[in-house]
Design a protein around this ligand. Structure first.
Ligand code: PGA
Ligand code: ZN
Length: 430
């Protein structure tokens, strides 16, 4: 007798689709036994952490080696065979089966880009079978209280995402004090437009970075932060940690020189000097969060920074943890940071992503769900952040289809569901 709480996959299709940088990524469609279809596609990073699950690229003539035909073949070949072999009682079981078929500890054989797309589509399949939304299904699975997150709009781009001389990768606006997701999105968009006017006036024109933020020729982080504060104030709102706050992702791997030394603003700083540099920024600007302020393997730098600033600001590990529960646990015990960035494709499965959030919570670390710099219009992370209730998301600028897909989905969830609170989770004021 068919069990209607189980997911039965009758067909698996996959193909190459273009991401927001014009490179291919994996798109998957699962057909279920009731005829319904669920889709998903994988995002792709540019400033990736060394320990991320492996994104399989063909390395041949197509797309400068960045084709994903092998990963597509993983889905339609070995994964399809496993996925259609029997009904699935849990997402955990399905994800574990894919890891098993892959046989490596970092999904290097089949490709994390293949596996994560299937895993996201499968999550949608479980929600479909349970006749509920993806966010509600995830909340039930994880025992979380749903929450609409504070969006972190990346409006000024540098580092690996832009061609300008700015060392730091991301400068974000976070409408912490907004009353709703809709109001937060409006604030983000208004600041973005005010910034556009200032950038045009000061620099003539400016290109855009990969995540839709402006990439003018600002010389250094101070100049970028001054511009941002001015743009926030242009909208009539207050730049403050509990109103319209700022967050940065220096992505320090990009300017790490090795041996505890970092090149910032044309100067080489040692660990202590870089901590001082960040402390001056914290004293001067309404900064609520610093992500990857130190390089992924500079644990001594992370510890110094945590000791100096961990009580007054959010310190987020991205490349440091690569959404890996074991690394997060190590970071918690070693006092590397008080927060974790959550990117499903870094670990390769939705189950692994939820495990990362669980471990972070067990250690009182905050989480921020994140897109990648290469994206499609897949909006899964919007449901993920609401369903796990972690209270923070970053999805780039409030412009460009692949970025606004997530923000628009959040507003849709707010409008449809009614009663889900907006804002940072309890105890994460800064
Ligand atoms: P990536 O960058 O998606 O290019 O890795 C995003 C980030 O560093 O947060
Ligand atoms: Zn980052």
């Amino acid at each position: 007798m068919p069990d209607d709480s189980k997911v039965t996959i009758s067909a698996v299709a996959a193909r190459q689709t273009l991401d927001s940088r014009g490179y291919p990524t994996v798109a998957v469609r699962l057909t279920l036994d009731d005829g319904a279809t669920v889709d998903a596609s994988a995002p792709a990073g540019a400033s990736t952490g060394e320990f991320e699950a492996v994104e399989l690229r063909d390395g041949d003539d197509a797309y400068s080696g960045r084709g994903v035909r092998q990963a597509v073949a993983s889905v339609t070949g070995e994964l399809a065979e496993a996925l259609t072999s029997h009904p699935w009682a849990t997402l955990h079981e399905l994800d574990a089966a894919m890891i098993d078929v892959d046989g490596t500890d970092n999904l290097a054989r089949l490709g994390a880009n293949a596996v994560v797309a299937v895993s996201i589509a499968a999550t949608r399949a479980f929600a479909h079978v349970a006749d509920t939304s993806v966010h509600a299904w995830l909340a039930r699975l994880t025992g979380s209280s749903e929450r609409l997150p504070v969006p972190h709009f990346n409006v000024l781009n540098g580092g690996a995402h832009a061609a300008n001389p700015l060392d730091f990768q991301e400068f974000m606006v976070a409408p912490v004090g907004a009353a709703s997701e809709e109001e937060a999105v409006q604030t983000g968009a208004e600041v973005y437009h005010a910034l556009a006017a200032r950038v045009k006036q000061r620099f003539g024109t400016a290109g855009l970075g990969d995540e839709g933020g402006f990439a003018p020729d600002v010389a250094n982080p101070h100049e970028a932060l001054d511009l941002l504060v001015a743009a926030i104030e242009d909208t009539g709102l207050t730049a403050a940690v509990d109103e319209v706050a700022i967050a940065i992702d220096p992505a320090a791997n990009g300017f790490y020189q090795g041996d505890g030394r970092y090149r910032v603003d044309g100067r080489v700083l040692d660990r202590g000097q870089l901590v001082d540099y960040y402390e001056r920024l914290l004293d001067t600007y309404p900064l609520r969060s610093i992500e990857d302020g130190f390089a992924e393997d500079d644990h001594e730098g992370w510890r110094l920074m945590f000791d100096a600033t961990g009580r007054r600001t959010q310190l987020v590990g991205d490349d440091l943890y690569v959404t890996d529960a074991r690394r997060i646990e190590e970071g918690a015990l070693s006092h590397w940071s008080n927060a974790v960035l959550i990117k499903p494709n870094q670990i390769g499965t939705v189950t692994g992503t939820l495990d990362a959030i669980t471990v972070a919570r067990e250690h009182d670390m905050r989480c921020m769900v994140s897109h990648r710099s290469g994206e499609t219009t897949d909006d899964f992370i919007a449901d993920l952040v609401v369903g796990t209730g972690v209270g923070q998301i970053k999805s780039g600028a409030p412009a460009r289809g692949e970025r606004v897909a997530k923000y628009n989905r959040l507003m849709e969830i707010e409008a449809e569901s009614g009663g889900i609170p907006y804002g940072l989770a309890e105890g994460s004021a800064r």
